[in-house]
Unconditional design. Structure first.
Length: 331
């Protein structure tokens, strides 16, 4: 059976729905999803036609219209804090943490969840992080930052994410960060069915060789060239897993491919490495789709953190089954 929730979320910078689908699995229903990229917004509508998707800038959204919502969440842009960028932090015009804080001030949600790259955890941004904690404290929220590796939650890549969770003080006392669920799957075990889907005889051998987790997928930006698996070091790591990281393939290797062929990932494969379910589809041309996938927050991680938030809000019992009276069970 599945669970349908009326726990509500306003999500900003929703992208292609990695955090969105994870929060949905944790029992949150979207009151609004905000995304400025037209293809990513179309992806959200493609998968969840009934959602209210605002295709535009988060600055256009008023939190007052969502007063008392259960959760404000978002994957705010990473370039201000990424080691691949200039790390301008608050001086970068793409820094949307101030807009998230504005929405919190206007909507006064029960909880807040914001994720970003590992770079935000560095010492140089300590004053910036403290300024966010101070702003939340002034509004009556306790908060904590935590660095989580996606591989600890069933995702076949390391992909560290730096996550902020804030709640009203009475609820935050009950909040616990999710615990690792065990050994992550390998790239080979995750992608074996897709690699062999067109009859490639080398798929089984390839899967046995791809016996580790992947380097972090890199989505890049529109200023970046075509779709590939990242900088030189990342491509070398992919090659050790038997993957040609210089581009994205249109389809899996066919029956005519040599047994020792070195394949490229397809977008469907990249989506599995990110933890997307096979049922989640993407809108746009190949490069746009890859960027949507590569920039996503892995759904299993969003589900794990979202479930911990739901539990602290009183919506989930110790076995993580939904018990709140506002929820109904659908067989």
């Amino acid at each position: 059976m599945t669970y349908t929730s009326r726990l509500s979320v306003l999500e900003i910078c929703a992208g292609a729905g990695g955090q969105s689908s994870g929060l949905e699995m944790a029992g949150f229903g979207h009151s609004l999803a905000v995304e400025i990229d037209k293809d990513a917004a179309a992806t959200l509508r493609l998968n969840r036609p009934r959602w209210d998707v605002h295709e535009g800038d988060v600055r256009e959204v008023s939190g007052r219209a969502y007063k008392g919502i259960d959760l404000i969440a978002g994957g705010v842009p990473c370039p201000p804090f990424s080691i691949a960028g200039k790390q301008l932090g608050a001086d970068d015009e793409r820094d949307l943490f101030p807009e998230a804080i504005r929405l919190v001030r206007e909507a006064r949600p029960a909880a807040v969840m914001l994720e970003n790259v590992k770079g935000l955890a560095s010492a140089r941004f300590a004053p910036y992080r403290q300024s966010i904690l101070d702003a939340l404290d002034g509004m009556g929220y306790d908060a904590d930052w935590q660095l989580l590796n996606s591989s600890e939650f069933g995702v076949p890549q390391l992909r560290p994410r730096f996550i902020l969770v804030a709640m009203r003080r009475r609820n935050f006392r009950r909040f616990e960060w999710p615990r690792a669920i065990g050994t992550p799957p390998t790239v080979g075990s995750t992608l074996r069915p897709l690699m062999g889907a067109r009859g490639w005889a080398g798929a089984e051998t390839w899967a046995r060789g791809a016996n580790n987790i992947a380097p972090t997928l890199v989505g890049g930006s529109k200023k970046h060239g075509g779709a590939d698996l990242g900088p030189t070091r990342a491509k070398q790591a992919w090659l050790r897993l038997g993957v040609d990281g210089r581009g994205i393939a249109d389809e899996a290797p066919g029956s005519e491919a040599p047994v020792d062929y070195v394949p490229r990932l397809t977008n469907a494969m990249a989506a599995r490495v990110q933890g997307f379910a096979p049922e989640w589809h993407f809108y746009g041309r190949k490069t746009s789709v890859y960027r949507q996938i590569g920039n996503a927050f892995p759904p299993p991680v969003a589900k794990a953190v979202g479930s911990s938030i739901a539990e602290a809000l009183g919506a989930v019992d110790s076995q993580r089954k939904i018990t709140r009276s506002k929820l109904r069970v659908v067989s």
